[in-house]
Structure formats: C-alpha cells, structure tokens
Design a protein around this ligand. Structure first.
Ligand SMILES: C[S+](C)CC[C@H](N)C(=O)O
Ligand SMILES: N[C@@H](CCS)C(=O)O
Ligand SMILES: [Zn+2]
Length: 345
C-alpha cells in the first residue's frame, strides 16, 4: 500500500478510512510463537525464529489476520545486525534475516488476502459488493534495550556511556534495511526514553527514510515513559517529525492506557495507537512473565470502547495477548464483521 506516496500521513489516513475509522493491530508475536512450541530463552528472543522456524512466524501472522488484525508487526523487534553477528552470522546474512522478517509477514498477508477475496463477496440488490480488509506490514524496531536482552526496555536506563550518537549508530543500518524491504511502515516499539525517540526522529530525517513510521512508548506508572522521562516531551518529538504518522503506547498495563491517551492528545493531532500487554510483569533474568494484574480478554475488551472514545484509532495487544484478544477487540470495534478462516498451506 502506498509506500511511494510523497505525503507520509496520506498512507495512514487512507488506511484508517478503509479500515472503517479504527484499525485492529495484531497481538503478542513472541507470546504466540511460544504457544506454538518455540523456545525464546535466547538473546535474540523472538528473532531466533527467523533462523530456526520462519514457518511458525508465518503461522502466527496468519492466526492474527484470521482474528481480525489489520496490521502485522514483523518478527524484527529483537533482530539486530549486532545481535546476529554475536552469534557468528555474517553481516550480509544478518541483513537477509531482517528482510526475511518482512517477507514472511508479506507472504502471510498474500495468503490471507487470496482466501479473503474468495469469501468476502456477497450479492446485494443484484450488485456484487466486496468488504474491505486492509492489511499493513509494520517492520518492528525494538529499542537498544531490547538488543541488550536484559529487560532494559522497561527501565530505559542505558547508562551515561550511551549517547544520542551511540543510539543513532546502533539503529542506522537496520532502519535502512527494513525501510527498503517492502514494509509499509516502520514500527518503533517499546521506546523507553526520550534520547531514543530523538535518535529515531533524527535518523528518519537524515537518512531520508521513504516509508512512514509510528512511535510507540511504554510506561510503568501511567504518567511518564518507562525511564521517567516526560511522555509529553517524548510525544512532542514524534509530533514534530513529518515522517511519523501515528504516536502511542505499547507493552504497558491496560489500566494505564486511558490516561496516557489523554496525555498524548494534548500534544498531537496524529492518529493515536495503543496496544497494551496483559498487565503482567516481565522477569528478564528468567525471560518469563510474572502474573500480577493480568487481565482476562473480557476485561481487556471492556476497555476498548473507552480507548476508542478517548481518541485511539489503532488498537491491538502486545506481550501476553493472543489471537483471542485480537478477535475480541475486532468484534468490539466492528460488530457483525466476519473475517474468514484460511488454512496454512
Ligand atoms: C518485550 S521484552 C519481553 C523482550 C525480551 C527482552 N528484550 C529480553 O531479551 O529479555
Ligand atoms: N512486538 C514484539 C513485542 C514488543 S514489546 C514481539 O512480540 O515480538
Ligand atoms: Zn510487548
């Protein structure tokens, strides 16, 4: 869709219009890879499956499409050239793995859309009408803290040695490869601090990145981003960047989402996205989620109307949410809207 467009916000506007005003994001990719048998106890986390089990990634993408998702977030969250190289993988192969994350999502979209077009026509008043189910592929870029694999995307504390230039140098090539990979947009996810938001904004401009991006922050207190930096300041950085077409929050407990939407709205007119986690806490040593205030799909979904009403126009789930969560979100947003089941060939 529209990656050649000159006005970056046109892609998002048109996409939201086709989706009926509010789009459904997918749910936890890593969560579902684990549910399908993958062992992610590895510094590469979900990106490990790009090497060992790309078929599982494709299956999980398809499961989310069947559940009603309009956006697939690729398996590149923790896929970095530096991380692959530390496993002995060459630079060239590392870049191929990044491209593979996007190709895998695009393949799932192609399979789904073929099936969908077979099932979606119906005859009304002697005219054949086609329901639309637009799908974007968003190339995930996880933070520097994700690469560290120590859970520091939930603290945003990288130490004083890590400067704006360190972060720009770290992300530059991966961003370029993913931007040229055929993805529709870049999803900067789980951004825990202001310095990393600034690094992304500068890279988008300086490298003349041709596809739009979203900025999604995380929060531990419902007020600031994870590091304690001001959400208002972080969202303002996103707002000032013309290549950014949506701003929001992910991997944050559902109970904080409403207040965070209201804060973001104070500083932007760009579309707001929210994809909370289940409310559990991540134990980075064990690489496990610890039950605290995890919410059921019903609880999660009872909030969807409130988030929509408050101004969110892209809604999905992050870690520990599943296709069931996404199906329920989709139903809540578009009641009576059926997505066909496809089989994985
Ligand atoms: C979004 S967190 C659950 C991703 C995994 C983390 N960076 C780690 O490697 O432990
Ligand atoms: N989108 C990521 C999680 C971000 S916190 C994944 O599940 O791979
Ligand atoms: Zn998450």
């Amino acid at each position: 869709m529209g990656s050649g467009t000159t006005d970056p916000s046109a892609l998002m506007r048109e996409f939201l219009r086709e989706a009926g005003g509010c789009a459904v994001l997918d749910g936890g990719l890593a969560t579902e890879l684990e549910a399908n048998g993958a062992d992610l106890n590895d510094p590469l986390w979900s990106a490990k499956c790009l090497i060992s089990s790309p078929h599982l990634i494709r299956k999980v993408h398809l499961d989310y499409l069947e559940a009603g998702a309009n956006v697939l977030i690729t398996a590149s969250y923790q896929a970095t050239i530096q991380g692959f190289q530390s496993k002995g993988i060459s630079r060239e192969e590392s870049e191929d793995l990044l491209r593979k994350s996007v190709e895998t999502a695009c393949e799932a979209r192609d399979v789904f859309q073929k099936e969908y077009s077979k099932h979606s026509h119906n005859v009304e008043d002697n005219e054949t009408t086609y329901k639309q189910h637009p799908v974007l592929v968003a190339a995930s870029i996880g933070s520097y803290g994700a690469f560290l694999a120590d859970g520091s995307e939930y603290s945003g504390d990288y130490g004083e040695a890590v400067t704006l230039e360190t972060l720009k140098d770290f992300h530059r090539r991966r961003l370029q490869v993913l931007a040229d990979s055929g993805a529709d947009l870049i999803a900067f996810e789980t951004i825990p601090n202001k310095i990393e938001a600034q690094a992304y904004a500068e890279l988008l401009e300086e490298n003349n990145i041709k596809i739009p991006a979203w900025f999604s922050f995380n929060s531990k207190d419902g007020i600031n981003v994870a590091s304690g930096d001001s959400l208002i300041e972080c969202a303002s950085i996103a707002n000032s960047c013309k290549r950014v077409v949506a701003v929001g929050i992910n991997c944050t407990p559902p109970r904080f989402i409403h207040g965070l939407i209201l804060s973001i709205q104070k500083v932007t007119d760009k579309p707001i996205l929210v994809y909370p986690n289940s409310g559990e806490r991540y134990d980075a040593d064990k690489k496990e989620w610890v039950v605290s205030t995890g919410v059921s799909d019903e609880d999660f979904v009872s909030n969807v109307g409130v988030w929509r009403e408050a101004g969110a126009s892209l809604i999905g789930g992050c870690c520990r949410t599943t296709p069931n969560t996404i199906r329920a979100i989709s139903r809540a947003l578009h009641s009576g809207y059926d997505v066909p089941q496809t089989s994985v060939p």
